[in-house]
Write a protein that binds this ligand. Structure first.
Ligand code: GLY
Ligand code: MN
Ligand code: MN
Length: 442
């Protein structure tokens, strides 16, 4: 799909949102849905603003991510209204007049100050579900975030429309292009900081646009799950590279991790290949009716098998999992839903009326527990890491003899491995957006 396709796909998307919003309002007993785009936030005792982050409930409707002070208003049976702030401002670039393929689907009111929005909001404030942050309050229009409304919308947001798939495919394409530039930087011996710059240059995105902070980790730094330090000096001896970095498009995210060995004929490369093979099989589990918790627990068993095959664990795969030893090497969840937010909402939602599906005992970091259905997009991101803190705990505990410490010492300088793809559940075989993205530009 090309970036032009949203024009064709968007009408169905905005219709679907209206259907969902109509039901959500009925559930909550409201007549109008109001969604402020959000406001700038300021640093404490300072006049500097934080990077603006749009209200996800707003960008669900519109590919607008740089428009603080605007509002979306939806009343069932009426065309959605966009109250669009184009401030009188000579300090900053003022948003251009609304244009593009989405404009015709809205009644648009241009305002010049944030306060003017109130003139365009419904008069009966008590009949409004207002979804936003407290700072977006405008007079009596104070965000109330009714649970019945929010639960419904967030639960159904897991089911992507064809428009959303197109946006996520484009976010993936951008990320893949940047990942290729980053790998080239690694092979050329760049520092983490310079690899990061190469990534941003290829993506044409920087920290304000990227869906999360880039994780660019050489050698042992790969063992820090969310390593974002960006050392400016390249290490003398470059052994490995873990990069977890995504891209944004029209408000949608991609989330991609790859791990590379400097010596492509060595044992660390063999370990990467083993995790990669297991990861592909995990991706194939993204099918309707599969409990995401099953994928997570199966991943532990598969990774425990690799730990055994590489002489790291002396226990059987089953015993490696049962004793908790697998969690020392794979200490996070297998993934999460993704879409408008890199960690998309409602990962634990039992139904569109609320409730929580619990995590399996002993797995506190799993971010999704839902049963997969067509339309959902999740990440699959297994890893094997050599984390000093966790290894020290293992060494002091009753299962210290379960592992070969010489083998661990051999792998420790490489940090760790994570392979992460964004995978869509369909009626048929899973769609691996990330692998498709890499294949397109192979
Ligand atoms: N990039 C954060 C994550 O993979 O969840
Ligand atoms: Mn992820
Ligand atoms: Mn990631």
């Amino acid at each position: 799909m090309s970036a032009a396709d949203p024009a064709i796909l968007y009408p169905q998307h905005v219709t679907e949102l209206q259907i969902r919003a109509t039901e959500a309002l009925a559930r909550g007993g409201f007549d109008h849905l109001l969604v402020p785009s959000g406001t700038l936030h300021y640093q404490v005792f300072d006049d500097r603003d934080y990077p603006y982050a749009v209200n996800p409930q707003f960008k669900a409707w519109l590919p607008l991510v740089r428009n603080p002070g605007s509002w979306l208003v939806f009343t069932p049976g009426h065309k959605p209204k966009l109250i669009y702030l184009q401030p009188f401002d000579y300090w900053h670039v003022v948003p251009e007049a609304p244009s593009g393929w989405w404009v015709e689907h809205f009644e648009i009111a241009i305002i010049r100050t944030p306060a003017e929005a109130a003139q365009h909001l419904p008069t009966a404030v008590e009949r409004c579900a207002i979804l936003g942050e407290p700072q977006s309050a405008l007079g009596g229009f104070v965000p109330n975030n009714p649970p019945a409304v929010v639960n419904y919308l967030e639960y159904h947001r897991a089911f992507k429309t064809p428009y959303e798939f197109a946006m996520m495919r484009e976010a993936t394409r951008i990320g893949v292009r940047a990942h290729r530039a980053a790998e080239a930087g690694f092979r050329a011996g760049l520092s983490e900081f310079d690899i990061h710059l190469a990534y941003c240059a290829a993506a044409r995105q920087d920290a304000n646009d990227l869906p999360y902070r880039n994780i660019v980790a050489l050698n042992e730094h790969g063992a820090v799950l969310h390593y974002t330090e960006l050392a400016t000096q390249a290490p003398g001896d470059v052994r490995s590279f873990l990069i977890d970095a995504g891209a944004s498009f029209g408000g949608y995210a991609s989330d991609i991790t790859r791990t590379y060995a400097h010596d492509t004929g060595g044992e660390f490369q063999a370990l990467i290949d083993a995790v990669d093979g297991a990861q592909r099989r995990m991706c194939d589990q993204v099918r309707p009716g599969t409990d995401y918790r099953r994928i997570h627990l199966d991943a532990h068993l598969a990774l425990a098998g690799i730990l055994h095959d590489f002489g790291i664990s002396r226990l059987s795969p089953e015993a490696t999992v049962e004793t908790g030893v697998s969690s020392v090497f794979f200490p996070h969840g297998i993934g999460h839903g993704i879409g408008l937010q890199v960690h998309d909402v409602a990962g634990f939602a039992q139904s569109d009326r609320g409730g929580t599906i619990p995590k399996p005992d002993g797995h506190p970091y799993l971010r999704t527990t839902r049963v997969l259905e067509p339309g959902m997009v999740v990440t699959i991101e297994p890893g094997i890491y050599f984390v000093d803190l966790l290894l020290d705990g293992l060494k002091r505990g009753e299962y210290a003899g379960a592992v070969d410490w010489d083998r661990i010492a051999a792998f420790r300088p490489y940090g760790g491995i994570r392979i992460e793809d964004d995978v869509a559940c369909t009626e048929a075989a899973p769609l691996n957006l990330t692998r498709d993205g890499f294949a397109e530009t192979a």
